[in-house]
Every structure is written in structure tokens, then in C-alpha cells.
Design a protein around this ligand. Structure first.
Ligand code: HEC
Length: 220
């Protein structure tokens, strides 16, 4: 061992007793008798951030209601939000029959619809839409109708309407599922109704094309 190292060791030994007593003193000093006191705070910046913490209750000039989180301005809408103007009423339900799925059909979209269905719907409606989900088997909850049974001809718009507003025992899913995702679900519900969805939407394009042709002819 070098001479210099020895010196450091000696000094450390000399002061270790004082250091130990000092540490005990500091520890005791940190425990204050007032239970509401945080005691001595080592690095208070780490507890009390200078930046506003969104979910902390704080009393400062910005936190008028003691919450740092501000409510969105009245009338704010999420980015990309499309208002759904059909009202929740019997007339609205009837009107919904004319709605067309605004999303272009693709297998990818259908697959996404299937994933959402698995998370949000199959516990009631069953994996294949027969109305035999796990919730139904284990409770008094009335089974929903099979998609390919009583409601096999329910049009896309009404499917969308019922997901949005709910129907009798089924609650509204508007707050949990975006409009876009609800239309993706419509594709998948139509598949479970027994439709060849790709064909259904390919035919729709034909219909639109024919309508355009008719309109063009009428204009001439
Ligand atoms: C809590 C159980 C439950 C959940 C979750 C649920 N449903 Fe339903 N659903 C029902 C019941 C019950 C009915 C039958 C309502 C009636 O006609 O009285 C129904 C009816 C429907 C109908 C037919 C509506 C009509 O207009 O006749 C569709 C379509 C439908 N559900 C789709 C969905 C989709 C898609 C989801 C997932 C986002 C979903 N449901 C989630 C219970 C549920």
C-alpha cells in the first residue's frame, strides 16, 4: 500500500466516530414530533416539483379549484371528432337505416373490428355473435339476439346507432369507442350476420357508380 493511501485510511478512522454520531443525530433530527411535518427533506425539489404536476392538488395562482388539471374550454371537441347528428329517438333509429359506412372496406379494417369486438362486445354477444358470451352464461342477464338470427338483416346504420346509443339492456358505447372504431365494428358485426362483407361493399360501390351514371344522364 502506498503511503498516501495509508494517510487517507488513518484520517477516515479518526473521523469515523464523529461521522457515525453525526449521522445518528441527523436521522433523529429528521423525525420530528409533529406527525404532519415532512421532517428534514433531502432534496426538496424532488418532492415539490417546480413544474406543475397535472394530478396534484396544489394551492397556487393557477389552481383556482386546487387542481392543477384544467378542464377543457366549454365546447371543446377531440381532434378528428365528427359530430353524430342523428338524435337518440325512435325517429333517429329509423333515420339511421340510411347511413352508409364511411370507411373504405379492407380486410385490415375488418380485422381491427374483430379485435375491438373481442374486447368490448364478445363477453355479451359471444365470440361468433350468437348471444352466448360469458356474462350471459353466468347471470340472469337476458341473452342478446344472435346476429345471424333475428337481426341478420339489421342495416349498417342501425348497427352503428345501437352501438352509439345502446338498445334496451345494452348500454351506449359512445364514450368508450370512437366513431371510426364503431364503423370498424359494423364491418365485423355484418360478417357475423353471415354477410360476405367484401362482396357487400364491392356491390355498394357498383350502386354508387350506377347512381352517378343516372345523375350524369339526368344532367344531359
Ligand atoms: C352488457 C352486454 C352487452 C354488451 C357489452 C354489448 N351488447 Fe349489444 N346487445 C346486448 C343486448 C342484451 C342486446 C339486445 C337489445 C334488445 O334488442 O333488447 C344487444 C343488441 C345489439 C345489437 C342489435 C341492436 C338493434 O338495433 O337491434 C347490436 C348490433 C349490438 N348489440 C352490437 C354490439 C356491439 C358491436 C357491442 C360492442 C361494442 C355490443 N353490442 C356490446 C348486450 C350487450
Amino acid at each position: 500500500m502506498k503511503r498516501k493511501d495509508l494517510n487517507i485510511m488513518n484520517i477516515a478512522k479518526k473521523f469515523s466516530g464523529a461521522l457515525f454520531i453525526g449521522l445518528i443525530g441527523l436521522t433523529l433530527h429528521s423525525c420530528q414530533s409533529d406527525p404532519n411535518s415532512p421532517g428534514v427533506e433531502y432534496m426538496p425539489d424532488m418532492y415539490r416539483s417546480r413544474a406543475l404536476e397535472p394530478n396534484m392538488q396544489q394551492q397556487d395562482e393557477y389552481a383556482v379549484d386546487s387542481q392543477e388539471v384544467r378542464l377543457p374550454a366549454v365546447g371543446s371537441i377531440p381532434r378528428g371528432f365528427m359530430p353524430f347528428t342523428i338524435p337518440e329517438s325512435n325517429e333517429g333509429y329509423a333515420m339511421a337505416a340510411d347511413l352508409k359506412n364511411p370507411l373504405p372496406y379492407s380486410e385490415e379494417t375488418l380485422k381491427e373490428g374483430k379485435t375491438i369486438f373481442g374486447k368490448m362486445c364478445s363477453h355479451c354477444h359471444g365470440k361468433t355473435g350468437k348471444g352466448d358470451g360469458g356474462v350471459i352464461g353466468n347471470s340472469e342477464y337476458p341473452p342478446p339476439p344472435a346476429y345471424d338470427g333475428a337481426i341478420k338483416d339489421l342495416p349498417a346504420g342501425k348497427i352503428f346507432y345501437s352501438i352509439t346509443y345502446g338498445k334496451n339492456m345494452m348500454g351506449s358505447h359512445a364514450s368508450q369507442i370512437s366513431q371510426e372504431d364503431r364503423w370498424k365494428l359494423v364491418f365485423y358485426v355484418q360478417k357475423l350476420q353471415g354477410h360476405d362483407v367484401a362482396k357487400l361493399y364491392a356491390e355498394k360501390e357498383d350502386v354508387v357508380a350506377t347512381e352517378d351514371a343516372v345523375a350524369e344522364e339526368a344532367a344531359h
